[in-house]
Write a protein that binds this ligand. Structure first.
Ligand code: ADP
Ligand code: ZN
Ligand code: ZN
Length: 782
């Protein structure tokens, strides 16, 4: 093939490049020629390539190579292939293992490779966001005659005399000096030097120093913990999945910490710790940083990097770089940290592995827990899935022996199991006239807790004031629905106010759709019969109003998506709660997860029923998890805790078992139900949702997809092992003006499901686009 040229240079080979912007919909990357003499084009290298008609330079990663002799690939004319422009040498190359992982994600989750890369790389890295800079001051010589010894100059020199070298702001603070003037004068006299350095630790400054002391304690493991550490720790040098089921308060985090310490001390490998985004509070981060970020001092070597959405793009970039350069051997982060550019991963921890937020709800629709397992397999690393309420998926695998089950059945020494009580709201209705969201029992315990100077958490997993607005005359039956969605409008208070109209209290506010966020005025009168409309159902605002009436003087704070609007809000409120400045913290599931506050005596669940009737086969599982998790926040101090669960239907299995703390009983019964119905985790599911503003077009697309999948099943002779369902309307048949239909595949195993999907792709068009969402192993089915 000699004589082949590109841009007047001989061609040395071909590279497939996944472009970061994710424009490549071909799937496997775009092909470019590698000009002779261009070094460093290897798998994982970051390169610049011409893109589109205008040949605009774009960055991307090499995902595959071919020799000149093999040609550029099927359907490509060697003379038409463009050339790689340059190789990036700034150290941004990706470990080959990560390239392989991205390719697996693209294949398994049916997503173009370029889009996977868009997820793999934080925005700050893609755009090359400027790294944060810091000024560092170094003491060079003794101060001579050239400097006037003011009080401020003396203070600065005194600090430097012991520290030698310090970051400018920290130096000024330590010296009690306001402006940098004195330091600059010292620099002019040559006494100190000032140097600008890239601040790779930006974003690590854990504000929670107040709590750091408690967080950095290194408790002696209990017998249960020690056994778990031994079992998993003995298997750190090979791939294996360990399901750590530990009741809330059993000290799972301590097990993770000890395992990581062991890994850092005994090997040269690193650890990735995934936590749900919402649990990435200064509490969690502080605990890992305080214990593991020793950067050179005694103890385990290796820094900690943090990756989450609360960081600025520049901070994320800095953190990512520390991992890439091997300066941090521990990464703590949310979902996308499973793609951290670590070279040698030895351990991956997925905390609260049952959390549905590990699944990304847009392209690529990956599940971070499952990607973590794949990465562990590729890297030969141990994977630890931790939870008090494991997903049925993980429980199923543990039972079948694919995962090793390790249990922490007791709370850590000194922590009592909270007493859990149920209040039947049907009986309560009879006992107490009027509408009360807070039962007499809960009210009593709230008061007792307040009197003892302790704290309460109150959960209601629904925002707003009232969940629907309707005509009080049920013969009329009018309800206020969203024009654009198949959903009821939710009433929200504005300014917390009520007005008096004809002697009665009327809440002032507006209505909003929780699916498309459309907002409207409240209809005061039924448009059909003219009667005054009534507010039905409950929401956190209504509970807040009632708490204010029932507990006057208590410091109540509400935490839901409506009050947590600015970055840092969540952390600020939790900081105040920790400091004892809030008596009652009321909120949605945000308050249910991972929090460890010793001041909490009481947990109240306003309604355990909010999710139980959702049209999703995981409704019972979600209910069980939510009630168990929030109950686990009680009694983490020296005194015992109390949990009160209110429900209209406390005999429902998920609620009764959560109250009894019977995970195994629940999981077994639920698995049997799923097995009978042929649902995950016993079978594997893929779902394709078709959406279109035009209902007929939506249906045509859905029918075509069903045909395509049906043909693929036939072609693979998989009819025995794969079931096709649909086309049918989604549970939410209309969303934001789009009609929605779905087609589902249920297969006996993942391999068969993948074969059918691949066959379908080879037979016709099956890609995710604006009309089509392909979701493998879906977790939400609305
Ligand atoms: P989980 O994640 O299992 O709910 P945590 O890891 O949050 O539990 O631990 C609960 C609390 O117990 C934390 O405050 C932790 O510092 C403390 N703790 C953990 N292990 C021990 C131990 N062996 N002895 C005493 N306290 C412990
Ligand atoms: Zn809507
Ligand atoms: Zn009416």
């Amino acid at each position: 093939m000699a004589g082949l040229f590109v841009d007047d240079r001989p061609v040395a080979g071909y590279a497939r490049v996944a472009v970061e912007q994710g424009v490549d919909v071909a799937g496997e990357g775009l092909t470019y020629a590698v000009p002779a003499g261009m070094d460093g084009v290897a798998v994982g290298a970051r390169v610049s390539v011409p893109l589109g008609r205008g040949n605009k330079p774009a960055s991307g990663y090499v995902v595959g190579l071919r020799s000149v002799g093999d040609g550029p690939g099927e359907g490509l004319k060697p003379t038409r292939v463009k050339a790689v422009l340059s190789v990036d040498r700034d150290g941004l190359a990706l470990p080959t293992e990560l390239i392989e992982l991205a390719r697996w994600v693209a294949g398994y989750y049916a997503c173009p490779l370029g889009m996977v890369f868009a997820s793999v790389l934080p925005g700050g890295v893609k755009r090359g966001a400027g790294l944060a800079k810091q000024k560092w001051v170094t003491l060079e010589t003794e101060a001579g005659d050239g400097v006037r010894m003011t009080k401020q100059v003396k203070a600065v020199l005194e600090v430097l005399a012991t520290e030698r070298e310090m970051e400018l702001k920290a130096l000024l603070a330590a010296a009690g000096v306001r402006s940098a003037g004195p330091v600059e004068r010292l620099a002019q006299a040559g006494v100190v030097s000032i140097e600008t350095r890239v601040d790779l630790r930006a974003g690590l400054d854990v504000a929670a120093e107040r709590v750091a002391a408690r967080l950095s304690e290194r408790p002696t493991p209990s017998a249960d913990q020690a056994a778990a550490i031994d079992r998993i720790g003995g298997a750190l040098d090979a791939f294996g999945v360990h399901l750590l089921r530990g009741v809330t308060g059993s000290g799972k985090t301590e097990v993770y910490l000890r395992l990581i310490e062991r890994l850092l001390n005994e090997t040269d490998r690193g650890a990735i710790v995934l936590v749900p985004e919402i649990a990435l509070t200064p509490q969690t981060v502080g605990r890992f940083v305080a214990r593991l970020d020793h950067a050179g001092e005694g103890g385990a070597p290796g820094g900690v990097a943090v990756l989450h959405s609360g960081l600025t793009p520049a901070q994320r970039h800095a953190q990512w770089q520390r991992v890439r350069r091997g300066e941090a051997r521990v990464v703590v982060g949310a979902r996308s940290a499973v793609f951290a550019p670590m070279q040698r991963v030895g351990l991956i921890v997925v905390d609260e592995e049952h959390e549905s937020s590990y699944k990304q709800d847009q392209l690529p629709r990956y599940h971070a827990r499952d990607v973590a397992i794949k990465r562990g397999q590729m890297a030969g690393a141990a994977v630890v899935l931790g939870s008090a309420t494991p997903s049925l998926e993980s429980w199923h695998h543990a039972k079948s022996g694919r995962y090793e089950l390790v249990e922490l059945p007791h709370r850590v020494p000194g922590l009592n199991v909270p007493r859990v009580e149920v209040v039947d709201l049907v009986e309560e209705r009879r006992a107490q006239r009027g509408i009360h969201l807070i039962s007499q029992r809960l009210e009593h315990e709230l008061r007792t807790t307040l009197d003892r100077g302790r704290q309460s958490l109150v959960l209601l997993n629904r925002r707003g004031f009232a969940s629907w607005v309707a005509c009080p005359d049920h013969r009329c039956g009018w309800q206020m629905a969203c024009d654009r969605c198949d959903a009821m409008m939710v009433f929200h208070l504005r300014g917390g106010g009520t007005t008096n109209e004809d002697g009665r209290e009327v809440p002032r506010g507006y209505v909003r759709c929780h699916h498309c966020e459309a907002q409207r005025m409240l209809e005061q009168h039924c448009p059909v019969c003219g009667k005054r409309t009534t507010l039905f159902g409950l929401g956190t605002q209504r509970v807040e109003t009632e708490l204010a009436k029932k507990l006057p003087g208590a410091r109540v704070e509400r935490m839901d998506r409506d009050t947590m609007t600015r970055p840092g809000d969540y952390e600020r409120v939790l900081g105040r709660f920790e400091a004892g400045e809030i008596d009652v913290l009321l909120g949605t599931q945000m308050i249910a997860k991972g929090l460890d506050f010793p001041g909490v005596r009481l947990v109240g669940v306003i309604s355990a029923d909010t999710a139980i009737h959702l049209p999703d086969f995981r409704a019972a599982e979600r209910t069980f998890q939510l009630v168990s998790q929030v109950a686990g926040r009680a009694g983490r101090g020296s005194e015992p805790g109390v949990v009160i669960v209110q429900s209209f239907d406390p005999t429902v299995d998920a609620i009764a078992r959560a109250v009894a703390g019977d995970y195994v009983g629940f999981a077994e019964a639920e698995l049997a139900t799923r097995d009978e119905a042929g649902l995950p985790p016993v079978r594997r599911m893929a779902r394709v949702v078709l959406r279109d503003k035009d209902q007929a077009a939506c249906h045509r697309r859905a029918a075509a997809t069903a045909d395509l999948l049906g043909d693929a099943i036939a072609a693979e002779s998989a009819g025995q092992r794969v079931t096709l369902r649909g086309p049918m309307a989604c549970a939410m048949a209309k969303l934001a003006d789009h009609h929605r239909e779905q087609v589902m595949l249920l297969a006996d195993d993942a391999g068969t499901l993948q074969r059918v999907l691949t066959a379908a792709r080879n037979r016709g068009r099956l890609v995710s686009d604006t009309h089509t969402a392909i979701d493998i192993d879906p977790v939400a089915l609305l």
